[in-house]
Design a binder for this molecule. Structure first.
Ligand code: FAD
Length: 453
């Protein structure tokens, strides 16, 4: 068991923790990062499966994500565009498949108009909301009392329009059913991306990928930190703290430091035993931050067969199990990769099936979008972060009804020498790697000011 003394100990080597470590080192502070897993990157993770490079976790970057872009620039990391050329596919509730171009779903014009009306309401409110302080909006309390599902139905009688708009944030982003989180939580998601329109525009939100993969960013930062900074296989299950300092107990390394950054997903805060116990408000707050659930589906084919048919690979089916699909072919790969998503209760249902049934069911949905060639991939893989001990869900955490207004103002307030940082506490870039980078930088800046002050 090694015992170390550092200025700052960071728990978690995801993008938040590693960015914080990088900033602290630049300011001349000594740092140790204790990581539970045998790898860095957290919810960004790449593996080679059946010879195919699969980004199991986070991968896309959008134009507004300037926090992450500046980190890429600092390390000379390049990006590449997602394949978008060709027509998209919409599968309606009646199972009818329609090819279309442009941003609007090929549904009745009055439904498009109703969806546009809802988008305009969301955009107007999102523009008024400061993503760093959504609880300060004049209508915050009221908007946090009503579920997103029910709030949309106060704005329209058109059930299809409400379902379609609801899905963008429910299944698509927070990965929870729309009746389980508030309108304010949905508006935070929209405000964090600049607007609701940005969020529903897949060409914006899924704009580009990283050459070398998103996990590669964390690997690069970790390598730059050098020897004796990042300690893998060191879950911290006990943390002594006071106003003056902390001691973090990993499996093989114990670190005493002036400050700690707990950079784990908020649903895992309670895995750590704090001594003395945390203040009451933190205990309660931490019980209201819960993970969504989504399965990321990867199917690799010998060619991107849909391109030859003039299809982009993009498809939407609001009532299908796999409700969206995209061309996810890896940089310079000659094969074709599709990615799809299965969220919340649909993910529950999929995990009830046997492995063969699950695969057949999912591939049938891909075939509905793009044709029977989709039924026979060379590689088929499902990202299952819900089974990962050190994540326990996907993509990220959010509050239940009323939680954002009640607990949000306290979520990032330090506890003695402990700072809390995660993409899930970010304003801009909320629940994204960009938010992780922003939170890592912001937390490091606070600590540097305190240590130097
Ligand atoms: P994490 O990445 O979760 O890192 C936390 C680290 O803490 C982990 O390494 C974990 O092992 C470690 N840890 C936990 N508990 C302990 C403990 N007790 N002791 C020591 N270590 C501990 N974002 C995007 O920007 N674009 C995307 O396309 C995108 N897609 C996603 C797809 C999936 C399937 C998932 C799961 C996420 C996706 N995200 C995406 C979200 C993005 O990956 C996260 O926002 C980001 O990784 C959060 O970084 P973080 O450092 O805050 O937390």
């Amino acid at each position: 068991m090694a015992t170390l003394e550092r200025d700052v100990v960071i728990i978690g080597a995801g993008p938040t923790g590693l960015t914080a470590a990088h900033e602290l080192r630049k300011a001349g502070k000594t740092v140790a990062v204790l990581e539970a897993r045998d790898r860095v990157g957290g919810r960004t993770w790449t593996d080679v499966i059946g010879g195919a490079t699969i980004e199991i976790g986070g991968q896309w970057i959008s134009p507004d994500q300037t926090g992450l872009y500046s980190l890429l620039e600092e390390f000379g990391i390049e990006t590449y565009p997602r394949h978008k050329e060709g027509t998209s596919v919409f599968v309606g509730p009646d199972g009818k498949r329609i090819e279309y171009t442009g941003e609007d779903f090929p549904i009745a014009p009055e439904k498009v108009a109703e969806m546009d009306k809802l988008i305009a309401v969301m955009d107007e409110l999102a523009a008024q909301i400061d993503p760093d302080r959504p609880w300060e909006h004049a209508r915050a309390e009221e908007l946090d009392m009503i579920s997103f599902h029910h709030w949309l139905r106060t704005l329209t009688d058109d059930e299809d329009a409400a379902t379609n708009i609801g899905l963008f944030i429910a299944g698509g982003m927070l990965t929870k059913p729309a009746h389980t989180f508030s309108a304010l939580q949905a508006l935070l998601m929209a405000a964090s991306a600049g607007s609701f329109s940005n969020l529903v525009n897949e060409d914006f939100i899924l704009d580009r990928r990283i050459v070398g993969t998103m996990q590669g960013v964390s690997k690069t930062v970790a390598a730059h930190l050098g020897e004796d900074v990042v300690f893998l296989n060191n879950p911290v299950l006990k943390l002594d703290w006071s106003e003056e300092g902390v001691t973090a107990y990993g499996a093989t390394v114990t670190v005493s430091a002036k400050k700690a950054i707990v950079a784990v997903p908020p649903n895992l805060y309670s895995r750590i035993s704090y001594n003395p116990p945390l203040p009451r408000k933190k205990h309660i707050t931490h019980q209201h931050q819960s993970m969504g659930l989504v399965i990321k589906v990867h199917a690799v084919y010998d060619t991107p067969f849909w391109r030859a048919k003039g299809l982009s690979g993009t498809g939407f089916a609001p009532t299908q199990i796999v409700s969206e699909v995209y061309d996810n072919t890896f940089y310079e790969d000659t094969r074709g990769t599709l990615v799809g998503f299965i969220s919340d209760v649909h993910a529950d249902a999929m995990f009830e099936l046997s492995e063969e049934e699950r695969k057949a069911r999912i591939l049938a949905d891909l075939a509905n979008f793009l044709g029977d060639e989709a039924l026979t991939p060379e590689v088929f893989y499902l990202s299952d972060f819900g089974s990962e001990e050190w994540t326990r869900g996907a993509y990220a955490t959010s509050y239940d009804l009323g939680g954002l207004f009640r607990f949000g103002p306290d979520q990032s307030v330090p506890t003695g020498a402990i700072h809390w940082a995660s993409s899930d506490l970010a304003g801009e870039g909320y629940q994204h790697v960009d938010g992780a980078v922003r939170m890592g930088r912001r937390t490091a800046a606070l600590i540097i000011a305190a240590l130097d002050g």
